[in-house]
Ligand binder design. Structure first.
Ligand SMILES: Nc1ncnc2c1ncn2[C@@H]1O[C@H](COP(=O)(O)OP(=O)(O)O)[C@@H](O)[C@H]1O
Ligand SMILES: NC(=O)OP(=O)(O)O
Length: 328
């Protein structure tokens, strides 16, 4: 597709290669490996806005805070989200600055602390579904549930994780600031971890809310509000599959929103992993029917933009080619 405005939403899990690479320098190395794909898009004429997840990182902060209890005061969850925006935003700011300089390009890069409005009555507060922190075996997860009062759940066949409430994002407080920075030519990193959850009081004041917003949903909201042409969701797989993880697994190259919605309703996409990505793209396309959504691995973005990789979801698959296509 021809270049336009794109929101690229990197997953928090994508920054943690595996349990042996949880450290901050290891996460930074992953960001360094990731940013060439962003700068390639900028060189290709795209006007890019970057967002990122924080699921593993916000869970690590909560755990550090728990372990230090009695010695230092605990970190409330909304502040932990703010901490991840700072640390991951710093990783992207530094890595993007260095990659732009390496290519002889110059552009202001800004990572913006972003607040996202949620409804304090959102039913999500009754049922914590957002996986945070690292992966555990079931016995360890059950022990933390018993001893520390954690809520826990299996996460996509990859083990068990702690869960926290994840209300729907309603409004991005810093939207107009993001828009003006982007219009002025800055490369903006925003809505980290979906944004720091806040509730609006009747008098308009904001209160922090202890939750973690799904960054895919927040990125879809941002992409629609910025009139983006493309929402890219880089993650751990090159393509979305139906019957994922079974011998009948089928990788998808292109599908319409109607087909994607049908597969979602049939339960093909992992709850808390692939399902929110597909739903975020569908929400975005409802607001921007002529736009497109792309789900792929960070290393495959360039090939995907040439239609050689990734899963595209759009109303006119293949930019006019109405064939739906799957690959085994
Ligand atoms: N139907 C599916 N097709 C492809 N991957 C799926 C599917 N269902 C679940 N997944 C899993 O979801 C993962 C992406 O979710 P997750 O790791 O939570 O995202 P993030 O990169 O945003 O942290 C993939 O790497 C894959 O393991
Ligand atoms: N906040 C959020 O959705 O983070 P992940 O992408 O890391 O799950």
């Amino acid at each position: 597709m021809s270049a336009g405005r794109a929101v690229i939403a990197f997953g928090g899990n994508a920054l943690v290669r595996d349990d042996a690479h949880q450290s901050i320098p290891d996460q930074y190395d992953t960001v360094v490996d990731t940013v060439p794909a962003i700068v390639d898009m900028i060189e290709g004429g795209w006007n890019v806005v970057v967002t990122h997840g924080n699921g593993p990182q916000v869970g690590y902060i909560l755990r550090r805070s728990e372990l230090a209890l009695g010695e230092v005061a605990p970190v409330p969850l909304d502040y932990a989200v703010g901490d991840t925006q700072g640390a991951i935003g710093y990783m992207f700011s530094k890595a993007l600055h260095n990659e732009l300089s390496r290519r002889g390009m110059s552009r202001p890069v800004v990572s913006l602390v972003t607040q996202t409005v949620v409804d304090p009555e959102d039913p999500a507060f009754e049922r914590p579904t957002k996986p945070v922190g690292g992966f555990m075996d079931e016995a360890t997860a059950r022990r933390y549930e018993r001893e520390l009062g954690w809520t826990i759940a299996p996460d996509g066949g990859r083990g068990w994780r702690r869960t926290v409430p994840s209300p729907k994002p309603r409004e991005i407080i810093e939207l107009e600031t993001i828009r003006s920075l982007v219009d002025a030519g800055s490369l903006v990193v925003a809505c980290g971890g979906g944004g720091i959850p806040v509730a609006r009081r009747p008098d308009g004041r904001l209160d922090g809310v202890e939750a973690v917003i799904d960054k895919d949903r927040a990125s879809g909201l941002l992409a629609a509000a910025l009139d983006a042409d493309l929402l890219v969701i880089p993650t751990g797989v090159e393509r979305v599959a139906i019957r994922f993880g079974t011998p009948e697994q089928e990788w998808l190259s292109e599908l319409t929103p109607a087909t994607a919605a049908r597969y979602a309703a049939e339960g093909h996409f992992g709850e808390g992993s692939m399902q929110p990505k597909v739903e975020a793209v569908l929400d975005f396309l409802r607001a921007r029917p002529t736009a497109a959504g792309l789900i792929t691995a960070p290393a495959c973005i360039a090939a995907a933009l040439e239609r050689r990789s990734g899963t595209w979801i759009e109303n006119t698959p293949g930019n006019g080619d109405t064939q739906e296509e799957t690959q085994r």
